[in-house]
Write a new protein. Structure first.
Length: 352
């Protein structure tokens, strides 16, 4: 699969690592400059930290928006970038970055996606969201074979006996989504209370009551199997009794942690796990590679969403020179430029 992708890589103007608010707004600024974008994010949805860690938490410092939640901000940004038809690659980690002979860049993900791009924009916040590994002895042997921390292809779990461990939205969402495909789904959690949305919890309990899914309460304490293939897990209940649950695969959703991840191996200058940039255009130590948002560092840096928006605008101006070297950059206002309004699909004089 990877060899085929290497032979026929995706070709684009810009690849953005990170689909949080800053990555999404970069699509807007680049789009105004006729720059097409692909985005890569390890999460299974856009929004980054806003959507994953505080979707309902209010944000008060977005200009002209007195208050909005992380989820609402993500929705508004997605609406704003609709005209530019950005392509998303969710559930994938940007694993390596290599310079090509012509000075452009090749980004490869851990899912085997290969993207050749004229510029790279790293908008990965504090780094990559990495799944927390359950504290199970020997679990590494099974990872990627029969123990998973994300769902890349639902069909992979068709007709399988699945154990899903966790009590948050990811665990409940995948329990509900995989139940129709799987041979059987067992949800395990350390207590009979859940952090997921009440609607998802209600649907799960209805499936359990009808016998279409099992719910087991206890601590996931051990895994059994051989050659990377899980055969069962061991659950310890409140009475310290061990219960063995046969299964073909395990999906563990124990939350996420932030780490710099493979970005640290991209060959860029780093300072205290941040990427130094110049403040004229937020280019890194490597030409055509930019870093914006919380992942960059420069004197006076403030880790605010609005700072990242400003950085995206200046980045896009420099990106224009790389993508359209035969054209002269013209600074324009969306309020008065019929050209920009046409790109946004609005009539001249109406609110953009």
């Amino acid at each position: 699969m990877i060899d085929a992708a290497m032979q026929n890589p995706i070709q684009t103007d810009a690849v953005i690592v990170g689909a949080g608010p800053i990555g999404l707004f970069s699509v807007f600024e680049l789009g105004l400059n006729d720059i097409k974008c692909h985005l890569v994010d390890i999460l299974d949805k856009p929004g980054g930290q806003c959507a994953e860690l505080y979707p309902e938490k209010p944000i008060y410092d977005i200009p002209a928006v007195p208050v909005c939640t992380g989820a609402e901000l993500t929705e508004r940004l997605l609406e704003q970038i609709k005209p530019f038809n950005a392509q998303f690659h969710f559930g994938q980690m940007a694993e390596s970055l290599a310079k090509l002979p012509d000075g452009t860049w090749r980004l490869t993900t851990d899912a085997g996606t290969v993207i050749d791009s004229k510029i790279v924009v790293i908008a990965a916040g504090g780094g990559s969201f990495m799944p927390k590994r359950p504290p199970i002895k020997g679990i590494e042997e099974f990872e990627g074979k029969s123990v998973f921390y994300a769902v890349r292809k639902k069909d992979q779990f068709r007709n399988k006996n699945i154990v899903i461990a966790g009590g948050g939205d990811s665990a409940l969402d995948w329990a509900l989504n995989l139940q129709p495909l799987a041979k059987h789904v067992t949800l395990v959690h350390r207590r009979d209370e859940f952090r997921a949305s009440p609607d998802s919890v209600g649907k799960m309990r209805a499936l359990v009551a009808s016998g279409q899914m099992d719910l087991k309460i206890g601590n996931f304490s051990a895994i059994k199997g051989e050659a990377g293939q899980v055969q069962s897990i061991v659950l310890i209940d409140d009475s310290k009794n061990a219960n063995e649950i046969p299964c073909d695969c395990v999906l563990a959703f124990y939350g996420l942690t932030m780490k710099l991840g493979p970005v640290a191996n991209f060959g860029l200058d780093l300072h205290e796990n941040l990427i130094p940039v110049n403040t004229a255009d937020f280019e890194t130590s490597e030409p055509r590679v930019f870093a914006i948002g919380d992942i960059n560092a420069y004197p006076g840096k403030m880790k605010l969403i609005l700072s990242g928006f400003h950085e995206a605008a200046l980045m896009a101006k420099k990106a224009f020179a790389y993508i359209h070297p035969d054209k002269r950059y013209r600074f324009q206002y969306t309020t008065s430029s019929s050209d920009l309004q046409g790109k946004l699909g609005v009539e001249k004089g109406t609110a953009a």
